[in-house]
Ligand binder design. Sequence first.
Ligand code: FE2
Length: 417
Amino acid sequence: MLYRNLCIENSDVLKDVRVCEGIFSEIGENLLPSEGEEVVDLGGCLMLPPFIEPHIHLDSALTAGEPRWNASGTLFEGIEIWSERKKRLDKADVMARASEAIHRLAVHGVQFVRTHVDSTDPSLVAMEAILELRETLRGVVDIQVVAFPQDGIMSSPGSAQLLEQCLRMGADAVGAIPHYEFTREYSVESLNLVMKLAEKYGALVDVHCDEIDDEASRGLETLACRALESGLKSRVTASHTTAMHSYNNAYAAKLFRLLRLSEINFIANPLINTHLQGRLDTYPKRRGVTRVRELLANGNHVAFGHDDIFDPWYPLGNGQPMDVIHMGIHVTQSMGYDEIMQSYRFCTWEAAHCLNLSPTDYGIREGNAANFIILNAKHWYEALNVRAEVLLSVRNGKVIARTSPRQAECLIPWLSK
Ligand code: FE2
């Protein structure tokens, strides 16, 4: 199969891409079709590596309003509502909602997902369901599963045992929630335990870290220090880190040296953290999103995720990564021309680093698996601005999702084209 006339990741020169047996076999200019080869002319459309959803909660997706709506709009009311809803989870319920959420992501060009799954429900039925879904979709939409102790580890009896049980069941990564633990001591203890479990099971680490507006919430320094000392480094991700928004600059400057040395990754969730944070502020109200530009300048990788789709923490969401990026660059004031042009990287390359994806699975390079998306735009700036359709999402050479271009017609005579 020969795909012709592609703008690969905003390149100035259009290229052709040959896909053979699920692999990028040749990339170059003016490639000639071989005899009988199928040719698709994409007329200068943008080609990117697939979108990645690096932080989502598939187990709670599509439960907003059950059993009640989050009236305060806070993280903590969301946790209370979820603790009621999760009592009536069963495998079919989780599977149906998670599948629908993945469907929404897939039609928007997502091929890799990292999901957190609550490990504090003693039945572990959600974990069982999502692990099964992971196997069903492997090689089409790859799912990494994080065992996530929503109610805390040290502050929730039995949680540490359940967390380890999830790793034995096959979870890919282990999480924590240090800002939700009863005390600072429990917060540190929980992170120490998580790092030990990661080493024991060879798991990745992704911590809900300091998702609070409290400037004294400093789980991050512990996490980064342990990542550095254990050598786990870039296998460790700190999600949210919204307290960093409120750190005093003297502390942040000291912290950033450790963050650089630790090489840990960050995931910001701009849709939900602009919604949840600052809720106890009067005015001014804090934006509550972590220091994205500064972290990137510091050499750390930073990705953007949805976090939630229509659940107790976020009442909207349709799985469109461009919505996440759009909000993210606004709230972090990353809207210089080059910053907009490069912003696709938050849900592609930066996320690939967070997920520790294999370099042969990801990236438009000869010899790599033919995983890519085609957007109905000439470059990313236009794609983001008009929410260009993902015309094709191709995994291992096979089309797994496609969208036809929208047709809109203006009937005002002097404006019609
Ligand atoms: Fe989350």
